[in-house]
Design a protein around this ligand. Structure first.
Ligand SMILES: [Zn+2]
Length: 474
C-alpha cells in the first residue's frame, strides 16, 4: 500500500515497540502449518525491493510450489516485461466447474518497500520468529496475504477440492514504487483474460488492535479514496528585489495555499463511510459516536460535521481532502520571484471526477495568476463502490467464527492500493487483509516490520474457509 498517513507517521518513529503478542494457541501442525511457514519464509526471504530485488524470482518460486502440488503449466501464467525482467508476475488458477461464472480474484503484491540491513535490528530479508512475532520486510505488507493465497490454492488442490467458481491468484510487482512496471495495471489493461472475475479481494483494511493488543474491529475496505497530485504554479514578471511591488509570485502562492488550507470539500456519504459511521458510532459512543449517527441521518448536520471534521481521520472519511506537500520557487536572492510551484496532494472521494476537484481548487484560490494542473499522472476514475451482502455476509460469518465478538466494519481507506487498477477495469475490488495488525500498522514501510504469528495463523484459517464459501463447489 502506498504511504498512507499512518505509515508515514510510523516510519518517522524509528522502532515502535511491539505489543505483548499472545502465545500462539492454535495447533500449528494439524492443518499443514509447517508447509505454509516454509512457503512464507521463502517469499519473505526473496528480496523483492525495486533497487536490487526480483519479483520474477519470487513468482517463479511460488509457481514451483504450485506445480509440485499438481497445478499444470496451463493453470499458471508467469510474465515479466522485456524491459523490466525482474518485475515479473504470476497468475495461478484453480478452475471451477461453472464456466458461466467469471470467478474470484485474489490479488497480492509481492514487491516491498526498500529496506537497508544497516538500519534494521534484524536482517530484513530473513524471516525471524521472536516473542510471538514474525519480523522481516513484507511480513505485513503484503507477503503474509500473498503466502496465504498460494498456500490455500495448494491445500485445495491436495485435498481434491473443485470449486464451482474459478479461483485466481495474482502475485504482482510495482505496487510500492511510482513510475515503474505495475503488474496489476498490466493485467487489468493488457491480460484481463487471466484475471477477470466477479470480484477481487486485495490488501486494504486490516483487523484493528488497540494499544493493549485487544482485537477491537475487523475492517474491510469498502471504498478507497483516489490519490491525485495537482501542481500549482504562480508566475510573475519579476524584477529587481530592491524595488518590491505588491504583486509577487511567492505571495500569490502563499495566499493560494492558505485558501487551499481553509477550503473544505462537501461532505459525502456512500455505502462505505455510511456503514463505517453507523457501526463505529456504537463502539465509540460519546460526542463522536453521536456525531457519527447524526451525520448518517442528515449529511447537512453542521454540528455533527464540525465535530467529525476536527479529527483528521474522520474528516478524511467524510470528504475529499487536499493538502500542500511540496513547494519550490524563486531563482535568485536579489530578484523578485518569477515562478513558484507547489504540489497539492488530494485524496479524492470515490466516484468524484478529478476535474471536479480541480475546479474546486481553482474556485477556492480564485486567482487567475495561479494555475492548477494535474501533474500528468492521472488516477483512473473508479466506479462508486457497493458493498453487497453476498460479499459482506460470508466475511461476517467466517469472521464471527474465527474472531468471535469482534465487529466487522466497512471502512473507506485513505491510502492507495492496486485495487484502483482492477476496479477501473470493472472488477469490484475489496481491500480485506483478514489479519490483525498492531496499531502502528506493524510498521509497514518502516524499520523492523512485523506481524503477530497468531494473526497469520488466524488469517490463514479465515481465508481457507472464506474462499470456499465464495467459490462454492466441493
Ligand atoms: Zn501493500
Amino acid at each position: 500500500m502506498k504511504t498512507s498517513l499512518v505509515a508515514l507517521v510510523t516510519a518517522l518513529c524509528l522502532t515502535p515497540a511491539a505489543l505483548a503478542a499472545p502465545a500462539v494457541a492454535a495447533d500449528k501442525s494439524g492443518d499443514g502449518w509447517p508447509a505454509f511457514r516454509a512457503l512464507y519464509e521463502e517469499l519473505v526471504e526473496t528480496n523483492t525491493q525495486h533497487s536490487d530485488g526480483s519479483c520474477t524470482l519470487a513468482a517463479e518460486r511460488m509457481a514451483t510450489r504450485l506445480k509440485a502440488a499438481g497445478y499444470s503449466d496451463a493453470d499458471l501464467h508467469l510474465y515479466a516485461p522485456a524491459d523490466a525482467p525482474k518485475d515479473g508476475l504470476l497468475v495461478a488458477t484453480l478452475h471451477g466447474t461453472d464456466k458461466t461464472a467469471k470467478g474470484i480474484l485474489l490479488l497480492a503484491h509481492i514487491d516491498v518497500v526498500e529496506a537497508r540491513r544497516s538500519d534494521w535490528v534484524r536482517d530484513p530479508y530473513t524471516l525471524i520468529e521472536e516473542d510471538g512475532y514474525f519480523y522481516g520486510r513484507g511480513t505485513t505488507d503484503d507477503k503474509a496475504q500473498a503466502a496465504i493465497f498460494v498456500d490455500t490454492l495448494i491445500r485445495y488442490k491436495q485435498e481434491g477440492y473443485t470449486p464451482r467458481k474459478s479461483i485466481k491468484v495474482a502475485l504482482t510487482c510495482g505496487e510500492e514504487t511510482e513510475g515503474v512496471f505495475n503488474g496489476a495495471r498490466y493485467l487489468a489493461n493488457e491480460r484481463k483474460d487471466w484475471i477477470d472475475a466477479d470480484f477481487a479481494i486485495n490488501e486494504g483494511a486490516s483487523g484493528e488492535l488497540d494499544a493493549s493488543g485487544k482485537r477491537v474491529a475487523m475492517n474491510i475496505e469498502a471504498a478507497q479514496k483516489v490519490y491525485q497530485d495537482f501542481t500549482l504554479t504562480a508566475t510573475n514578471s519579476g524584477g529587481h528585489s530592491s524595488r518590491p511591488r505588491p504583486d509577487n509570485a511567492i505571495y500569490a502562492m502563499a495566499d493560494a495555499l492558505k485558501k487551499v488550507q481553509a477550503y473544505r470539500f462537501p461532505v459525502m456519504l456512500n455505502d462505505a463511510n455510511r456503514a463505517y459511521f453507523t457501526r463505529t458510532a456504537k463502539l465509540k459512543g460519546g460526542e463522536i459516536g453521536a456525531a457519527m449517527s447524526a451525520i448518517v441521518a442528515n449529511p447537512e448536520d453542521a454540528a455533527a460535521e464540525a465535530t467529525l471534521s476536527n479529527e483528521p481521520n474522520l474528516n478524511a472519511t467524510l470528504r475529499t481532502t487536499c493538502v500542500a506537500t511540496l513547494i519550490d520557487g524563486g531563482h535568485a536572492h536579489n530578484a523578485l520571484p518569477q515562478s513558484v510551484t507547489a504540489n497539492v496532494n488530494c485524496r479524492i472521494f470515490p466516484g468524484v471526477p478529478v476535474e471536479t476537484v480541480q475546479a474546486g481548487l481553482i474556485a477556492a484560490i480564485n486567482d487567475p495568476t495561479v494555475k492548477v494542473e494535474t501533474d500528468g499522472h492521472r488516477s483512473p476514475a473508479t466506479p462508486t463502490p457497493k458493498m453487497p451482502p453476498e460479499i459482506l455476509g460470508p466475511i461476517e460469518k467466517v469472521s464471527a467464527d474465527i474472531y468471535p465478538g469482534v465487529p466487522v466494519i466497512p471502512v473507506m481507506t485513505l491510502g492507495a492500493t492496486d485495487s484502483i487498477h482492477t476496479s477501473a477495469a470493472g472488477i469490484p475490488s475489496y481491500g480485506f487483509r483478514g489479519m490483525f495488525v498492531d496499531p502502528d500498522g506493524g510498521n509497514a514501510h518502516g524499520l523492523n516490520e512485523r506481524i503477530q504469528v497468531q494473526s497469520v495463523v488466524d488469517g490463514r484459517r479465515l481465508f481457507y474457509k472464506l474462499i470456499k464459501i465464495y467459490a462454492g463447489g466441493k
